[in-house]
Design a protein. Structure first.
Lengths: 502, 149
């Protein structure tokens, strides 16, 4: 009965006209940025963050979360039609999706990825509904040392899954933590690394940094390349997959949902790794593995389902523990805090309308996305033809205005540009921006819990290793770092080059 | 050659780590029993130093041949970046409309959108729409600068 009551609470929030409207705006924008290569959900959420200040917290999160899972739908469209992943998490979809399109089966490919996304997303929401409160109850046993261990593990997993050298990703994360320390120390009120700047007193803002790293830097790097896009123009017909397609896809969709759900919960894990895992699994299970890469519908259905399931279950650590598991949920954490809600294991009990409202809005959002993505597919194809020469100046102007209007402070623009330049250099030199950004957002929480742990243990570092939960988490983190040092596995990991959902 | 580049990155981070330690020397570290505001920065800087030394000793092999940008692209990127910086510094004195118009004209040219006239025309439309959306609809209070509105 409890669940029914909670669902009622949730839907009574999610179905309010204003929340419905913002849910629609969120998933719509999500599809748009998913379709457009070059701008991802992180930059979009950062741009829109200041505009949500006037909204209720649940409305803001409903919209921002909609952008996140909406991009997973949109990203597949570009992969299938242009062979250019709109998002990192739809790279795998290019393999078989584009081949299907070349064989005149773009319709079923788009159709199955929309249906798969819908099923994966919805099953994952159901899982989230059961797991979320359970994880929150479990987390009541967490003290500061456990949080420290969990955050260390998140950073390690995130760097483990990042493209390229893990040492460089860890360096990037440590720089991120340092940047988060700039400003006034919340525990003692001492100014750190401020150098008399009033703008820096409150610390370096998350929004300018994310817009710089993922918006400005992206636009700067596109200035290098000539535009090469070959949109698949032939008429798209027959979006509904036939019975044979369904028979071939239902297994991958079911398995994709489970893989996505489980990998999405992992701290630091995410949508991208789930697509690779699903693809590899389907290829192994298939009776015709040779067809993979030549337009096998299972190779589209599995990964597309998995990335949506993962983007939904990634909300569990955020809503139940208050610990984000990737850059996007880290931004949502920032958004909640701006609205005066500190996510923790008490969120379920203290703010049930936020917790259940956001979860149930995802049901609504998935239905809206299915409607948006099937009948309106023509619109998205046309959007693909808008030249970059129009899109990128627009993105830059939006970033500039967006950052300025947070505090009406032009120095925030300068901060954004500095991080834009830094993000560009990081891309050029093979340092991943995602660990930097993630570490920067959780940095203050990490420091606070670290200091509280030491105070609690009277300066004894063994507190991180003697409590069972903390010890387990620290142990896993340590294992991952050591594994990475073994050359054989390091090589394999580089093979699964991935980039957290940005 | 590639490995040398990676070692240079390591040195940059080593320098950063030392810089953080040096600039944070006035912060109270406190004991482990009562950690002060300086303890965590020191810890992070030490981690950074260790990692950067690791990077210098074991530079990764397959990271591509270091950064490479054609001179043309470098010029375009620098021009756009400097223009954006100027935007930030001039926004409050000249006002939103003037700087946005100039910047977007330049961006349209940089992103290659036909003739100059078309770029200027598009810039005008863009700036107008942005003004309508943010100033009139969202009441964002953009700086007026030289023009009274």
């Amino acid at each position: 009965m409890d669940l029914l009551h909670n669902l009622y609470t949730g839907f009574s929030v999610a179905l309010l006209p204003v929340n419905l409207l913002f849910c629609f705006i969120g998933v719509f924008l999500g599809t748009v940025v998913g379709v457009l290569p070059g701008i991802g959900p992180a930059a979009t959420i950062a741009i829109l963050l200041p505009m949500t200040f006037g909204l209720h917290p649940e409305t803001a999160i409903i919209m921002l979360a909609g952008i996140f899972y909406g991009t997973q739908y949109g990203g597949s469209t570009t992969s299938i039609l242009v062979n250019l992943p709109g998002e990192a998490s739809s790279v795998v979809t290019c393999l078989d999706g584009y081949q299907m399109a070349r064989k005149g089966r773009a319709g079923p490919a788009l159709g199955i990825s929309a249906f798969g996304s819908f099923i994966g997303g919805t099953l994952s929401v159901i899982g989230l509904m059961f797991m979320g409160p359970w994880v929150a109850r479990f987390a009541l046993r967490f003290g500061p040392p456990e949080y420290v261990a969990l955050m260390c593990l998140s950073i390690v997993i995130l760097t483990f899954l990042s493209r390229g050298s893990m040492t460089k990703s860890l360096l990037s994360a440590s720089l991120g933590i340092f940047v988060s320390l700039i400003g006034t120390d919340p525990m003692s009120g001492v100014q750190r690394y401020v150098y008399g700047s009033i703008t820096l007193l409150d610390g370096v803002g998350i929004v300018p940094v994310v817009m710089g790293l993922f918006g400005i830097a992206e636009v700067l790097s596109t200035l290098e390349e000539k535009e090469v896009r070959d949109v698949f123009v032939s008429k798209i017909k027959g979006l509904l997959p036939n019975l044979k397609d369904w028979r071939e896809s239902i297994g991958p969709i079911t398995r994709g949902s489970i893989i996505g759900f489980l990998l999405g919960i992992l701290p630091g894990g995410g949508t991208i790794i789930s697509t690779f895992s699903s693809y590899a699994l389907e290829k192994r299970l298939s009776r015709h593995p040779e067809l993979f890469g030549q337009g096998a519908i299972a190779g589209v259905a599995g990964p597309e389902t998995a990335n949506n399931a993962a983007s939904t279950s990634a909300m569990i650590p955020l809503l139940s523990l208050g610990i984000p598991s990737n850059v996007i949920t880290a931004l949502l954490l920032g958004a909640l805090m701006i609205h005066g809600i500190t996510p923790s294991s008490f969120l379920v009990t203290e703010h049930p309308h936020v917790f259940w409202g956001v979860i149930t809005s995802m049901y609504v959002g998935n239905v809206l996305l299915l409607i948006l993505n099937l009948p309106l597919i023509g619109l998205w194809v046309r959007l693909l033809k808008v030249p970059y020469g129009i899109i990128f100046p627009l993105i830059l102007l939006l970033c500039l205005i967006g950052v300025y209007t947070i505090n009406n402070n032009a120095y925030e623009i300068v901060i954004m540009l500095i991080f834009g330049g830094l993000g560009y250099l990081m891309r050029k030199t093979g340092f991943e921006p995602a660990p930097f950004c993630f570490a920067m957002i959780i940095g203050p929480i990490l420091e606070m819990n670290f200091r509280q742990s030491l105070i609690k243990s009277r300066g004894d570092f063994s507190i991180f290793l003697t409590r069972p939960i903390a010890a387990t988490l620290m142990g896993v983190a340590l294992c991952l770092v050591i594994i990475q040092l073994l050359p054989k596995i390091a090589k394999k990991r580089e093979g699964i080059a991935s980039d957290e959902g940005v | 050659m590639d490995r040398m580049v990676e070692r240079v990155y390591g040195m940059v981070f080593f320098g950063l780590g030392v810089g953080i330690l040096w600039q944070g020397r006035d912060l109270t570290i406190g004991g482990f029993r009562s950690p002060g505001s300086g303890l965590f920065p020191v810890l992070i800087a030490v981690i950074m130093l260790v990692l950067s030394v690791l990077l210098m000793i074991f530079p990764p092999k397959k990271e591509g041949g270091g950064p490479s940008v054609s001179a043309r692209s470098a010029v375009r990127i620098s021009v756009v970046f400097v223009a954006l910086l100027l935007y930030a510094f001039l926004l409050e004195s000249l006002g939103f409309l003037i700087v946005s118009f100039i910047l977007t004209s330049l961006l349209f040219v940089a992103f290659g959108s036909g003739s100059y006239w078309r770029a200027i025309l598009k810039a005008g439309v863009f700036t107008g729409l942005a003004y309508a959306l943010f100033e009139i609809l969202l009441k964002s209070n953009l700086p007026h600068g030289l023009i009274g509105f």
